[in-house]
Design a protein around this ligand. Structure first.
Ligand code: PLP
Length: 425
């Protein structure tokens, strides 16, 4: 058992589609996924011993790079003390403290085990606190796979061309309203909350236009609805204090995940002390989890956050800018067009045959993501040892391990891959 094909064949026998999350599947790009044996820094190595420069980085869960020695050490130390107790531990308190310390307006957080749980719980809290039912989400934003939010989703939902999901009842989504991104919807007093990715990073990358987030804040205030930032990607990646820090707009509730687990399963949601008091055990909104605030995950997350000083964000932003301009130039030399929008350390990638403005909503993103160029480019790059996500709706995740040499190697591969794709057309 040593080839990718053999592992995938075996996986397909016992795991549906051979993957535990649809975004890992190669369904939208074709071919057989590589099965990862190990990762280190900016790279992953598959079971055949091939090493790739990795821009998946666990879809943003990794920001320092794979197997960071400080994180590995923290996890080992925590594991030796016991992995889960069902009682409070210091680790969850210190991680919560670190988060509250970094994000202006965030007074309390409850830790959970995934981003899905974080958003699902924040929505329940918003409904419980306001006594209202309706939630507004935006077309192409992904908020995890809870029933009520699995409509007009980005990421794998978009990648597989699904409008939503079978198995979600009409009743479950009856109170979910969908609006186009970058347009402030007019609300009424039936709306409990507006849920938004402050930078849309699951329809590839769509930046909020100036005034959009401010407009949402004002419209929520006008009708007494809560504004929820889903910062599962942007949290502690966009800036030390996340989207509030970057854009200066303060939500009522925050959802986190990915970065804060340091590669282990964590999510969190939080807001003001007053709002969080609605949660059980102090309040009537029930929410729970056997492994919530897990000692391994909190140790990993805290170690990661402690590395992320303002200089780290400046470094990451510089590297992303280099990657972005470099990819645009490298692809341009082939005659094709790469559109690489960036928002600080977040980096998108759209391919086109002629120059087009960056998308401002899902409909515009779809035109570019579905033009067929991505799958060709993806494979041409993978053959050259650079791994992007196997789907056009995902962004590029650059970690602090993507140093200049790694970026140089990436850009050489991009130029060759683009030339190959252009020549074949
Ligand atoms: C990944 C993601 C989620 C879901 O997080 P999981 O840990 O996969 O459940 C929710 N919201 C956004 C914005 C995400 O990118």
């Amino acid at each position: 058992m040593s080839t990718n094909a053999e592992w995938f064949e075996r996986a397909q026998r016992v795991i549906p589609g051979g993957v535990d999350s649809p975004v890992r599947s190669f369904r939208s790009v074709g071919g057989t996924p590589y099965t990862v044996a190990s990762g280190r820094g900016a790279t992953v190595t598959d079971v055949e011993g091939r090493t790739y420069i990795d821009y998946v980085q666990s879809y943003g869960a990794s920001i320092l790079g794979h197997a960071d020695p400080r994180v590995v050490e923290a996890i080992s130390r925590a594991a030796a003390l016991g992995t889960t107790f069902g009682a409070p531990t210091p680790g969850e308190v210190t991680l919560a403290d670190a988060m509250v310390d970094r994000v202006r307006g965030l007074e309390q957080v409850r830790l959970v085990s995934s981003g899905t749980e974080a958003v699902m719980s924040a929505v329940r809290l918003a409904r419980g606190a306001t006594g209202r039912s309706r939630i507004v989400k935006f077309d192409g934003c992904y908020h995890g796979h809870s029933d009520a939010l699995l409509v007009a989703g980005g990421s794998g939902v978009a990648q597989l061309g699904l409008p939503g999901s079978a198995g979600v009842t009409a009743g479950a989504v009856a109170d979910t309203l969908v609006a186009p991104y970058n347009v402030v919807p007019t609300l009424d007093d039936t709306v409990a909350a507006v849920l938004v990715e402050p930078v849309a990073a699951n329809m590839n990358l769509v930046a909020p236009q100036p005034g959009f987030l401010e407009g949402l804040r004002a419209e929520c205030d006008r009708v007494g609805a809560l504004l929820i930032f889903d910062e599962v990607i942007t949290g502690f990646r966009l800036a030390r204090g996340g989207a509030e820090d970057y854009f200066g707009v303060t939500p009522d509730l925050w959802c986190f995940g990915k970065v804060i687990g340091g590669g282990l399963p964590v999510g969190a949601f939080g807001g003001s002390r007053e709002l969080l008091t609605y949660l059980a055990p102090s309040g009537p909104v029930y929410q729970a989890g056997t492994l919530s605030g897990n000692p391994l995950a909190t140790a990993a997350g805290l170690t990661v956050l402690s590395q992320l000083d303002p200089e780290a964000y400046a470094t990451l932003t510089d590297r992303v800018a280099r990657v972005a301009r470099g990819i645009e130039d490298a692809v341009a030399s082939s005659g094709l067009v790469a559109l690489v929008p960036t928002v600080g350390p977040l980096c998108g990638l759209y391919l086109a045959t002629s120059s087009t403005p960056p998308p401002s909503n899902f409909a515009e993103a779809q035109v570019l993501c579905d033009n067929g160029l991505y799958r060709e480019f993806f494979h041409a790059l993978l053959r050259r040892g650079v791994a992007l996500a196997p789907g056009a709706y995902e962004i590029l995740f650059v970690s602090l391990s993507h140093d200049d040499a790694t970026i140089d190697a990436t850009l050489t591969a991009v130029a060759d891959a683009a030339a190959e794709v252009a020549a074949a057309r």
